[in-house]
Write a protein that binds this ligand. Structure first.
Ligand code: SF4
Length: 165
């Protein structure tokens, strides 16, 4: 059976109150704030499997977690949501692979912006053949790291390398 989250707007009023008044309300509210795809995750209730801990001197074993991901119906939105997560297996990838992909994406963005011009998010995503929201997150990260500068020009945001010469 698929469990669907409740609507936060009706949780309290359903129970005759105008705000959450019990631990049960709070837990239901937290549930309702989760993305809808969480309800179909194959790893529900498997936190220890999805967040494996490496024993001293051993590599992290993600075999059991990845086996769950292989048969999970919400692998794509999960992989998208987990791209910047530091820990755990998300969408069939462990933290090491995610960091490697992030580094590759950052290098590819620098390459696109090497001409010193302003480029829109859409333009950069097209060059990288990447998902717009994933590229957007990487761009925001590179702005925070002081690598890029951004300029908002309706309807897009433009980026260029900060210290280009
Ligand atoms: S893809 Fe893997 S980590 Fe993501 S929800 Fe499914 S089982 Fe869980």
């Amino acid at each position: 059976m698929t469990v669907r989250p409740l609507d936060p707007a009706v949780i309290a009023t359903d129970r005759g109150a105008d705000r959450p008044t019990s631990a049960e309300d709070i837990l239901d509210l937290l549930d309702a704030l989760r993305p809808a795809w969480h309800a179909d995750a194959a790893c529900r209730g498997q936190t220890a499997v999805m967040f494996p801990v490496a024993e001293h001197g051993h590599r992290l074993d993600t075999t059991a977690a990845c086996a769950l991901c292989d048969r999970c119906p919400v692998r794509n939105p999960c992989a998208e949501a987990g791209r910047s997560e530091k820990y755990g297996v998300w969408g069939g990838t462990g933290s090491g692979s995610r960091r490697m992909r992030q580094r590759e994406r950052s290098a590819a963005i620098r390459e696109v912006l090497a001409d010193g011009d302003w480029h829109s998010t859409g333009d950069i995503a097209q060059h990288l053949k990447g998902h717009l929201s994933t590229v957007h997150r990487s761009l925001v990260g590179l702005v925070s790291a002081g690598v890029l500068e951004q300029q908002k020009r309706h309807p897009s945001t433009y980026y260029r390398l900060k210290d280009h010469t």
